[in-house]
Design a protein around this ligand. Structure first.
Ligand SMILES: Cc1ncc(COP(=O)(O)O)c(C=O)c1O
Length: 457
């Protein structure tokens, strides 16, 4: 960033810090015990994150007495906002009866049934405890079924933190290589180089290159895994033709197709695969299906999932908290309440937000983009229509960080990367308040945008 922009950012940080002395004290204590005072990289920001006291509906309350309209919803997992009354009641009832049994119980198959009825790719499902585990097990299922090991993923695709998925998530474009032969770049220190030998990377929305990759490596590739909407890369929506081509080329070549629906599971009551009318072989789920409690699930075709039938002794899949009673109770209450009407409602709020943003960009004459679909969107400081990771990687990321911190000082909480997620606890008035604050922020940022991204103003 240029000097004037850094100064502007510093001023916002100072204003932020001045009004958050309790958070600062807590951050100082937390740093003694947690590296950087943090236990989840995605929740860290400078000068220190706001510590929360609680949340209710669409709002969170920090330890310095601020009320924040929450467009992050724990990274999209809180479809009904905070402390959804039916979910709270279900958890309260359940916890009084115990939290986990190491024995099956009714709510496991009830939530399983609900998911299989809603998500048409699911004949059968298994529970685990995070989206990371869900994608890891979906790949293992694909390997077991096909007898092959390699995995094709998209550049910019995020599927959690197992080694094979910490590959080319947010690579430096100077190291990423040409689109025809994308380098597989580890996202973090400590990722096994051997594990990455099983990973091949293709550009999102690129039919020709994806088809070629699948055909050339069909004898060693178990699966192609995609986020139907590439979320952490910037809510990049898919061309339906690319999804159709993926379905075709994988089926033709004995390769399984996995949709990672951990985030997109909310796009309709049947996720993105219902929304786009494609049936993958396997899907992973997480976030909303646990009602705010840790969760993951994976499943799909019966002939694949039959491998998990313990009577056959073919696959080992265990986990102390798999299908635990609290997650099942919260998930069941939450998902029952996320019916067609609620899905339509939250998506309509999303459209209102996206249209509102476009209006603001026009009014302020900023040539920037809003990406996304349904109830999740992203502000992007680029004038390019984004179709793959590289289009987003050339946007001005730092401007989203300034917007993020400035919005907190105005009572709006989104994600630093520019993501805004709606939830069913929000009203149109809430969304409009969020839009007003974005407008005020962007208006103040205009001189900085002119310095950092002159092509946009
Ligand atoms: C698409 C996608 N897959 C998998 C994951 C991992 O889920 P979790 O954080 O629950 O491990 C995430 C998390 O944000 C995600 O966005």
């Amino acid at each position: 960033m240029k000097e004037a922009s850094l100064k502007y950012f510093e001023e916002i940080r100072a204003r932020y810090a001045e009004a958050r002395p309790n958070s600062e004290k807590m951050a100082r204590e937390a740093r003694k015990y947690l590296p950087g005072g943090d236990t989840r990289t995605a929740t860290f920001y400078l000068p220190y994150a706001s510590f929360m006291e609680g949340g209710k509906g669409a709002y969170m309350f920090d330890v310095d007495g601020h009320k924040l309209l929450d467009f992050q919803g724990n990274y999209t997992s809180l479809i009904h906002g905070h402390a959804h009354p039916e979910t709270v009641e279900a958890v309260r009832d359940q916890i009084a009866k115990g939290s986990a049994y190491a024995a099956p119980f009714e709510l496991q198959w009830k939530l399983g049934q609900l998911l299989c009825e809603r998500y048409h790719a699911l004949d059968m499902v298994r529970f685990c405890n995070s989206g990371t585990e869900a994608t890891m097990h979906a790949v293992r299922a694909a390997r077991a079924f096909t007898g092959k090991d390699k995995v094709i993923k998209t550049e910019g695709g995020y599927h959690g933190t197992t080694d094979i998925f910490e590959a080319s998530v947010d690579p430096d474009l100077n190291e990423a290589g040409p689109l025809d032969a994308i380098n597989v770049i580890p996202e973090s220190l400590g990722v096994s180089k051997n594990a990455l030998k099983d990973v091949l990377v293709v550009p999102f929305n690129d039919i020709v290159r994806t088809r070629k990759m699948v055909e050339e490596h069909a004898d060693e590739v178990a699966c192609v895994i995609i986020e139907p909407v590439m979320g952490s890369a910037g809510q990049i929506t898919p061309d339906p033709e690319w999804l159709r081509a993926l379905r075709e080329v994988t089926a033709e070549n004995g390769v399984l197709l996995i949709f990672d629906e951990v985030v997109t599971g909310r796009l309709s009551t049947g996720g993105a695969h219902k929304f786009y009318g494609i049936t993958p072989d396997l899907i992973s789920l997480g976030k909303i299906i646990g009602g705010g409690i840790p969760v993951g699930a994976f499943g799909g075709r019966k002939d694949i999932m039959d491998l998990y039938d313990p009577r056959k002794g073919q696959m080992y899949h265990s986990g102390t908290f798999n299908g635990n009673a609290i997650t099942m109770a919260a998930g069941y209450a939450t998902m029952k309440a996320y019916d067609e009407e609620k899905a339509a409602y939250v998506n309509a709020l999303g459209s209102r937000f996206a249209e509102g943003l476009k209006g603001i960009f026009k009014e302020l004459s900023i040539d920037m983009q809003v990406s996304g679909v349904g109830s999740i969107y992203n502000t992007l400081f680029t004038n390019k229509l984004v179709r793959n990771y590289r289009d987003v990687a050339t946007a001005h990321e730092e401007l989203n960080k300034i917007l993020f911190l400035d919005l907190i000082t105005r009572g709006v909480f989104n994600a630093e990367r520019g993501m805004f997620a709606m939830n069913t606890a929000m009203t149109e008035a809430d969304v409009d308040f969020g839009l007003d604050m974005v407008k005020a922020s962007l208006k103040d940022m205009l001189p900085i945008i002119a310095i950092e991204a002159p092509e946009l103003v």
